[in-house]
Design a protein around this ligand. Structure first.
Ligand SMILES: Nc1nc2c(ncn2[C@@H]2O[C@H](COP(=O)(O)OP(=O)(O)OP(=O)(O)O)[C@@H](O)[C@H]2O)c(=O)[nH]1
Length: 265
């Protein structure tokens, strides 16, 4: 299989860097070659082994100081600068990968980058033009399921990224190690948003019930947002997710619900 890029995206704090670190460790333990490139100019401490780091090119802290911008403005400036320098920096960073290798991009947590800002989309188009196959791994914190409104909003953001980036997507509910009874997740893997919306009883958010139902209806009509789960404390969970991502790159869809265990048996 030719090398490919996983774009690891999703809201702030959803577990993107932890995913990159866990996949890297898992791949090392099975003797598979995987590289992680940090594309987050605001990253602070990084636990995984870096193959390249956008902060060598530009960082949010420097832009904030020099341009007198706030953190969000500085982040958007950095991504536009990365887009501007893409042929000088990213194309060089991506030289020399072998066919069976996989490169993870640990991306920023500003979700507007994936829905309505052009820089990231243009970076994706450059990667396509250089012949790279791409898959987006969209992470959503599984704690969102404890608040139905938050979960529906998270799904809307996820769908928006899917429609904007037009890539094969694997959507992941992260941090499921926090759930003692993982069967509670089942309702949310192939969510019926209208059903969820009907069961929301919050008196404050009830004021927005028509809006919630309209958004839920939209999500159900498109029927694009499904989730896999990730438990980083479980090697089998990591193996299953990696298998799903590999298959999604190969076949261009994220609906394969088989796992690596099914293939072995
Ligand atoms: N229990 C548990 N905690 C996790 C998991 N993934 C991430 N965390 C914790 O969640 C916090 C944020 O994780 P990160 O991996 O930094 O999240 P991120 O999406 O890269 O964050 P940003 O780069 O700020 O957008 C950290 O405190 C992690 O330790 C997980 O699978 N399980």
């Amino acid at each position: 299989m030719a090398p490919y890029v996983q774009l690891v995206i999703g809201p702030a704090g959803c577990g993107k860097s932890t995913y990159c670190n866990s996949i890297q460790q898992h791949c090392q333990s099975i003797g598979r070659s995987v590289h992680v490139i940090n594309l987050d100019p605001a990253a602070e401490e990084i636990a995984y082994q870096l193959s390249a780091d956008v902060r060598e090119l530009i960082s949010v802290s420097n832009v904030m100081e020099e341009m007198k911008l706030g953190p969000n403005g500085a982040l958007l400036f950095c991504m536009e600068y990365l887009e501007y320098c893409i042929d000088d920096w990213l194309s060089e960073v991506l030289q020399g990968y072998d066919d069976d290798e996989c490169v993870l991009f640990d991306c920023p947590g500003q979700i507007e980058l994936y829905s309505n800002h052009s820089a990231f989309r243009n970076i994706v188009e450059s990667l396509h033009a250089w012949g790279w196959r791409l898959v987006a791994v969209y992470m959503l914190d599984s704690q969102f399921i404890t608040d139905g409104f938050k979960f529906i909003a998270g799904c809307l953001q996820c769908q928006s990224a899917m429609m904007s980036l037009e890539l094969p997507h694997v959507n992941v509910l992260s941090k499921v190690d926090g759930f003692v009874d993982k069967s509670v997740l089942d309702l949310f893997l192939k969510p019926e948003h209208m059903f969820l919306a009907h069961n929301l009883q919050d008196p404050v958010c009830g004021r927005f019930s028509n809006l919630t139902r309209a958004v839920s209806g939209l999500l159900d009509d498109y029927s694009m947002v499904f989730f896999h789960t990730l438990d980083i404390s479980d090697e089998q969970s990591l193996a299953d997710l990696l298998y799903t991502v590999d298959n999604t790159v190969q076949f261009g869809e994220s609906t394969d619900v088989r796992t690596s265990r099914d293939v072995e048996s």
